[in-house]
Design a protein around this ligand. Sequence first.
Ligand SMILES: *Cc1c(COP(=O)(O)O)cnc(C)c1O
Length: 494
Amino acid sequence: MTLVYQSTRDAKNTVSASQAILQGLATDGGLFTPLTYPKVDLDFETLKNASYQEVAKLILSAFLDDFTEEELDYCIEQAYDSKFDDERIAPLVKLDGQYNLELFHGSTIAFKDMALSILPHFITTAAKKHGLENKIVILTATSGDTGKAAMAGFADVVGTEIIVFYPKDGVSKVQELQMTTQTGANTHVVAIDGNFDDAQTNVKHMFNDPALRQRLAEHKMQFSSANSMNIGRLVPQIVYYIYAYAQLVKTGQIAAGDEVNFTVPTGNFGNILAAYYAKQIGLPVGKLICASNENNVLTDFFRTQVYDKKRSFKVTSSPSMDILVSSNLERLIFHLLGNDAEKTADLMQALNQLGQYELTDFDQEILELFAAEYATEAETSAEIKRVYDASHYIEDPHTAVASAVYQKYLRETGDQRPTVIASTASPYKFPRVAVQAVTGASDLTDFEALVKLQELSGVSLPTAVDGLETAPVLHKTQAKADQMQAAVENYLGL
Ligand SMILES: *Cc1c(COP(=O)(O)O)cnc(C)c1O
């Protein structure tokens, strides 16, 4: 029996895992979502001694059940190898009062590598499986980290083309250079004069445009997505929650069965949704703490059940979370509504047309799994300093948002369960913010800050940023947000 993935907006639109991965987004605008959960034997007495790759095998074979064992072995081998600078892949670090799950040891030093180092292999494997001859065109909107991680994964992969859109003024210098210096004849990067939501909305439009799809098909091409709207992004993210828990058991911090909280710095709601799915297959999760920056639309949603995007967009020091329309929340809404596609479609239409919706009749038990808070810019900076003083460890601003939110949660609830902070980026990706928070120095360039950061943290410079300053800039295209489709047509020769 294969698992069914259904569009959140149309009960009749159902596919298998490999088809969902190939399509990326459902053509009705919805997201492919599991209706039931696979049975997984989470025996932590065994899992505590398993490698990351072995845990990956267990989880991926359960959720992506129309791939063969050989196919998954191949994907896992290609993905979780020496591209990661730590053989544990996702090391768990014990700090004063919290555990930081470091998800930034891949080639672009942000957590997007955890899934994007495997997604290209899922896509090419699925294409082969279905005898597909079309070239796969990956369209990606990025708030800074997905773009680079996706290009690193897809660069020069035969049969694919990748086009990345990022907000020109919405990413850090290091993030921008990581993208604009990307090599690979099939990679394209466009800076748009809009924010992430503009980029994401226009990408979704292109996906949902039947005429454009038809023209692609005539040229033997089809779109897919590397954003977390693709279920092939979410499933590999379940793995590290299981792995982190197994490490806690292994080191005797908890006994198998004890509940653990996870605090997740959230933007598009993909990372925390993966934690929710981990819970659904039996991981003993206490609270899932949804941490936002000053773009706190999710904090308000969890408090009031009103999702209201009509507010000003803030550019913060944690740019990968500067998002007002959080795509993957649609999947949770679908589950909160008892997997009702019709009701979900209505709410998403309201969001589109009115800029808001209110959830009225929903599954209380699911909602209560979540806690939500946000951290201001000042609180985030103060948290970087606090953690440095307490543990001699430097968090990146996204991780610090989560860490600060956990501190607030702890003060409000006194919840003493062990808590893991999803640490989503290396501080080397945001060196100026990190150094300023610790030392107060505000006049350093990004590259001066990289040197200072090394001194402060004692962690050596990751290869991902080494040499970035002098690498040739290969992508210089800029476009207005409403010209994104023209750029795509131009690259693809449509
Ligand atoms: C993408 C990203 C996030 C947000 O993750 P979502 O899955 O979009 O919620 C947080 N931190 C960093 C560093 C990221 O790159």
